[in-house]
Design a protein around this ligand. Sequence first.
Ligand SMILES: Cc1cc2nc3c(=O)[nH]c(=O)nc-3n(C[C@H](O)[C@H](O)[C@H](O)COP(=O)(O)OP(=O)(O)OC[C@H]3O[C@@H](n4cnc5c(N)ncnc54)[C@H](O)[C@@H]3O)c2cc1C
Ligand code: SF4
Length: 328
Amino acid sequence: MNPFHYVQTLETATSVNQVSGAPEATFLAGGTGLLDLMKLGVQKPNVLVDVRKLPLAQVEELPDGGVRLGAMARNSDVAHHPLVRERYPALSQALLAGASGQIRNMATVGGNVMQRTRCAYFRDTANACNKREPGSGCSALEGINRSHAVLGGSESCIATHPSDMCVPLAALGATVRIQGLKGERTVPFTDFHLLPGTTPQRETVLEHGELILSVDIPALPAARRSLYMKARDRASYAFALASVAAVLEVDAGRIKNARLALGGVGTRPWRASAAEQKLVGQEPSPTLYQAAAEAALEGAQPRAHNGFKVELARRLVVRALTTLGGRS
Ligand SMILES: Cc1cc2nc3c(=O)[nH]c(=O)nc-3n(C[C@H](O)[C@H](O)[C@H](O)COP(=O)(O)OP(=O)(O)OC[C@H]3O[C@@H](n4cnc5c(N)ncnc54)[C@H](O)[C@@H]3O)c2cc1C
Ligand code: SF4
């Protein structure tokens, strides 16, 4: 392992200054993703600024009825928080479907949003990978790409965004609150993660040294009826092959509000806006749910080993909508 300096800070501004001032410095939160990548030699920061003790661990109600998830709040605390369980059950379910109990006790909201892809070629420095080493090529395009993305990929990179938590956050219309040297800014969650295009090494809109302060979820009464479904290789713990977060509000026999996002199939948490548009204003029915599922996967580009994900994701969408909205 490469040598590095470790500092712990108690103030947000100090953390931002310390990482901004050193090009190879980075934030350390729960360490469940970063330390693995350091051990593998994928990331080699020379300064670790430990932000775990910053006063950003609260889950709290916002004046408009929304909920603020502090960046340092642990995944397990968020999953079990009464505000989250009552108002956004899909978020609680997604968190509990992710990783293991021990990891969720360490992992934080900010670290989960910022987690890197699980592409095996990215994590093995013996392989070419444009994300790890720009311009070196993508081993997954012609390699074993069973776990890779069918939506949002490019000829440079087809890695999936691995987070479960980020899927409902995309569906719920969350925003990310960020602090940098010039002050605070907010970014809609669906704009926060970037498509790979020709620059897969640039994964989010964060500039070097910017710190996530919180993820804010708006008031959305319909989300009290929401759910998260995840298909994976084993039940104990595994990343999603495909997943869906869904919100469905039916009023007087018609769909009044629909929110859908997919995980495991996209290069970023994938809001399925075209599917939502198919649903709103219509009478719930199996045919409608199938049409929404087709729309959600429109434009999918499967590779040699991941074609099954297209049908798997469609079926998850239909099952989630059927569970929430009924069959007729
Ligand atoms: C065995 C295993 C199984 C897993 N399974 C799943 C799964 O099924 N589903 C799933 O979603 N996840 C899974 N994970 C991933 C896990 O959820 C992430 O590792 C975790 O969420 C990262 O959070 P952390 O606080 O430990 O971040 P860290 O590892 O400390 O940091 C991760 C990255 O985020 C940056 N960062 C952290 N906080 C901030 C901030 N506030 N602002 C800006 N940058 C920040 C760090 O600099 C670093 O680059 C698994 C992990 C392991 C090891
Ligand atoms: S899919 Fe992306 S992360 Fe994986 S090898 Fe290709 S460039 Fe690297």
